[in-house]
Design a protein around this ligand. Structure first.
Ligand code: DHB
Ligand code: FE
Length: 286
């Protein structure tokens, strides 16, 4: 059967995509940021995931105020990089996994999560920047990707608890797919950042690190953090962090930390990155 073998959390700052595309990842500004992803790039080469469920948010590239899906799943064959105003990034097309995606969509909907099903869309920096951070600049992305888009742009956005519960349902969905597949789930976005208004530039190192630490081990305290706390402590765009809770919820009761990286600043944002492994329940001998 298919299994979720790991969870990855990562910021998706668009400037990081520019750094990769323009060959600046080793310079004084970007060097320390990319150094913190080196461990993961090596680890991914060994892990060779078949499929990544990539939880991300669209930034008015595929969706706009005409349609605002709370949770959407990509069931298509492939997705093109979006044109975000400077032309599409020159990165490979993203290949989907329609069989697993449709299976997950069916399982989630019968599990009472009313997903929007997307067969055609372009994917923006929210999805392509994490791929660049984890895989560099390959000719083709080394894994298939199921995009799972979350509305964190327009209120009302989903609660942390609902995101965590969706992760739990994704775990059930993947484990009921009969084919042997190595599946990873990535939660992206964050960390603290505010891009506009009086508090533009707000960063909160202590809060971000406490949030990441809460995702390790067996507590589910992070699922209960209210929207107002993200807003107050991490700025208006810090709410992107609820997407990490979908990843964490899909890893089961307990996780082990494999890698952590935090860096301030990058553009207007704090960079956070985690690699987590689910810890299977021990079976007690009779
Ligand atoms: C920035 C961060 C984001 O999450 C985003 O979607 C756009 C811009 C930034 O820090 O510049
Ligand atoms: Fe963003």
């Amino acid at each position: 059967m298919a299994r979720i073998t790991a969870g990855v959390g990562s910021s998706h700052v668009p400037l990081l995509g520019v750094a990769v595309d323009q060959g600046k990842t080793g310079d004084d500004y970007f060097g320390p940021i990319f150094a913190g992803y080196e461990w993961t790039r090596q680890w991914e080469k060994e892990q060779k995931p078949d499929v990544i469920i990539l939880v991300y948010n669209d930034h008015a590239s595929a969706f706009d105020m005409k349609i605002v899906p709370t949770f959407a799943i990509g069931c298509g064959e492939r997705y093109k990089p979006a044109d975000e105003g400077w032309g599409p990034r020159q990165v490979p097309e993203v290949e989907g996994h329609p069989d697993l995606a449709w299976h997950i969509a069916q399982s989630l909907i019968l599990d009472e999560f009313d997903m929007t099903i997307i067969n055609e869309m372009d994917v923006d920096h929210g999805l392509t920047v994490p791929l660049s951070m984890m895989f560099g600049q390959p000719q083709a992305w080394p894994a298939k990707v199921i995009p799972l888009a979350v509305n964190v742009v327009t209120y009302p956005v989903p609660s942390g608890n609902r995101c965590w519960a969706l992760g739990e349902a994704i775990k059930r969905a993947v484990e009921s797919f009969p084919e042997d597949l190595n599946v990873q789930i990535w939660g992206t976005g964050g960390m603290s950042h505010q891009l506009q208004g009086k508090r533009a530039g707000l960063l909160n190192r202590e809060w971000d690190n406490r949030f990441m630490d809460l995702l390790v081990g067996d507590t589910d305290a992070a699922r209960w953090i209210p929207h107002i706390e993200y807003l107050r402590e991490t700025g208006s765009e810090g709410i992107e962090m609820v997407m990490w809770l979908i990843m964490r919820g899909a890893l089961g009761d307990k996780t082990r930390l494999l890698h952590k990286h935090y860096h301030i600043p990058c553009s207007n944002t704090a960079i956070g990155h985690l690699v987590l492994e689910p810890v299977e329940e021990e079976t007690v001998p009779a």
